[in-house]
Design a protein around this ligand. Structure first.
Ligand SMILES: [Zn+2]
Length: 256
């Protein structure tokens, strides 16, 4: 998710993690592409948010030289697209100062710094994110407090959502981990029935978050992003493509 915008393990590679499999890395100039061989007829070149990683899906039988030639002919496009995706995805660096806008579940709230020396704590009260901390707490510490708060929000929201979807999908999730990740919105360890969610998801609209959760849970039924997988998503979340699109483009620029 984005692993779907993410890495995908090749069939038969004995993978245990649906979202994190190594394809072959193809290097052309300064550009690296994850090469995925699939049962497809056409090539698919994708640039993935948030970091602009490039992947190229090609038919099983296509010779490597032809693959390289194709990729080389697309270098300009890849560079342009990577710049665009990174510019859109990478957050404008936060300063975590008074009044700065931060998102929770798709809505922006101003930060209020309450430097009263009380126990460090974050809470959403009356439309503001209150950051209780000691006077002079450095920016990095303010940021990590907020990150921890986002992690808790994702965990708190994930549990009931998983409980809701387990009977609908006929699967069982045995563990949920939440952490900040650079390249994936989520991943699924199929054998252990564990899903991992990106804490940054707390900033996205809830329907996007639900899409990631359902996507990862769907890997418990189908490991790969193949037609069967997409059919499952179509069945459970008919508007999943719109949700995925929104996940990658939210928040709209400019950032508050
Ligand atoms: Zn996936």
């Amino acid at each position: 998710m984005v692993c779907e915008e993410g890495k995908e393990r090749e069939k038969g590679s004995g993978g245990r993690d649906a979202a994190c499999g190594p394809g072959m890395l193809l290097r052309i100039g300064e550009i690296e592409l994850l090469l995925l061989r699939k049962r497809i007829r056409n090539l698919h070149l994708r640039i993935h948010p948030p970091d602009g990683r490039a992947s190229l899906s090609v038919p099983y039988r296509m010779p490597l030289e032809a693959v390289r030639a194709f990729a080389a002919s697309k270098l300009d496009w890849i560079r342009r697209k990577q710049t665009e995706v990174r510019g859109r995805s990478l957050a404008i660096p936060f300063s975590y100062c008074e009044g700065e806008g931060h998102y929770l579940w798709g809505d922006a709230y101003p930060l209020r710094l309450i430097e009263n020396g009380a126990r460090a704590q974050v809470e959403l009260v009356a439309g503001e994110i209150l950051l209780h901390l000691s006077p002079g707490t450095p920016k990095e510490k303010r940021g990590s407090l907020l990150d921890a708060w986002y992690r808790s929000r994702v965990r708190e929201a994930a549990l009931p959502l998983i409980a809701l979807w387990e009977p609908r999908m006929g699967v069982r999730v045995d563990g949920v981990a939440v952490q900040r990740m650079k390249t994936l919105w989520g991943s699924c360890h199929v054998r252990r029935r564990r899903i991992r969610l990106n804490s940054e998801l707390a900033k996205k609209p809830v329907d996007c978050f639900e899409y990631v959760v359902v996507h990862e849970m769907a890997h418990l039924l189908v490991r790969l992003h193949n037609d069967r997988f997409r059919a499952l998503l179509d069945r459970f979340l008919p508007d999943w493509q719109a949700r995925r699109q929104r996940l990658d483009t939210f928040p709209p620029r400019p950032h508050p």
